[in-house]
Design a protein around this ligand. Structure first.
Ligand SMILES: [Zn+2]
Length: 110
């Protein structure tokens, strides 16, 4: 999932969310890689759908104090966002790569 969309062997990230310039195995050029806000949108929607019921369960189901339930929920939300962002960013980049998506220019309209 976090591998080069061309060869499937080299990694795509040089840092937590920073793309490599090229694939270390096949040399594919990743300089144009830009998933934009797409990964964040998916992660926000999915993590929100997980932690909102969690908060309700902690407060109503387990009857935890509000601050404890909120603290557990916030820590869970941050941990899930940190865990989900790299695979979602790599997946959206791989989809862009597969479909040869790029930024639109005036030449595309004419
Ligand atoms: Zn590669």
């Amino acid at each position: 999932m976090l591998r080069c969309p061309q060869c499937g062997k080299g990694g795509v990230f040089s840092g937590y969310l920073q793309f490599c310039d090229t694939c270390a195995v096949c040399g594919a050029d990743f300089k144009a890689a830009d998933a934009g806000d797409g990964p964040a949108v998916f992660v926000i929607l999915i993590v929100g759908a997980i932690v909102a019921p969690l908060l309700i369960f902690l407060q109503v189901g387990l009857d935890l104090p509000d601050t404890l339930a909120l603290g557990i929920t916030l820590v869970s939300a941050v941990a899930l966002c940190v865990a989900f962002l790299p695979p979602f960013k790599a997946t959206l980049f791989a989809l862009q790569w597969k479909h040869k998506a790029r930024e639109a220019t005036h030449e595309d309209v004419e």
